[in-house]
Write a protein that binds this ligand. Structure first.
Ligand SMILES: [Zn+2]
Length: 155
């Protein structure tokens, strides 16, 4: 049995902090200080760096859906091809006539919900896929220059 560093009693000792000093003391002297948490021997295993893992190049090129520029025309054409008046379309998608008119004049940017309703009601597409160029895909597409090609061929 080790000796208590405070009173010298042989006992099971606990590491405590007394007056900024850490010492091993017996059960009786423990109350004079605050128990120090035992130091962890082994470090916790580092987490797999999932967050910083580089993505695949093709994951960088985002695909986005955007409203087409000529949506006013498409809406009008779609509506007319179905033989609907603005009032009819408004009733069909539960919107006011003024909303339909504003859309067909390009005076209003429809919400996602409204876009969906119009597309469904008129069986048209007013959204298109936009491919956003990432630096990676741009570098790949710019490719080799003629000089690079010649050098590569010589090797
Ligand atoms: Zn003691």
């Amino acid at each position: 049995m080790p000796d208590c560093e405070r009173c010298g009693k042989r006992s099971r000792l606990t590491l405590v902090r007394i007056d900024r000093a850490e010492m091993y003391v017996c059960e009786d002297c423990k109350r004079f200080g605050s128990v120090v948490e035992k130091k962890v021997e082994h470090r916790p295993a580092p987490r797999p760096a999932q967050v910083s893992r580089p993505r695949k190049p093709d994951a960088l090129s985002k695909r986005a859906r955007e409203l087409v520029d000529d949506y006013p025309k498409r809406i009008q054409r779609g509506r007319e091809s179905m033989g609907l008046s603005r009032e009819d379309l408004g009733r069909k998608i539960n919107e006011r006539v003024s909303v339909i008119a504003q859309l067909e004049h390009g005076q209003m940017h429809p919400s996602d919900n409204l876009i969906k309703k119009i597309q469904k009601a008129l069986n048209i597409e007013i959204m298109e896929d936009i491919e956003e160029y990432s630096p990676t895909s741009h570098a790949q597409s710019s490719g080799m220059t003629m000089a690079d090609f010649i050098i590569a061929k010589k090797k």
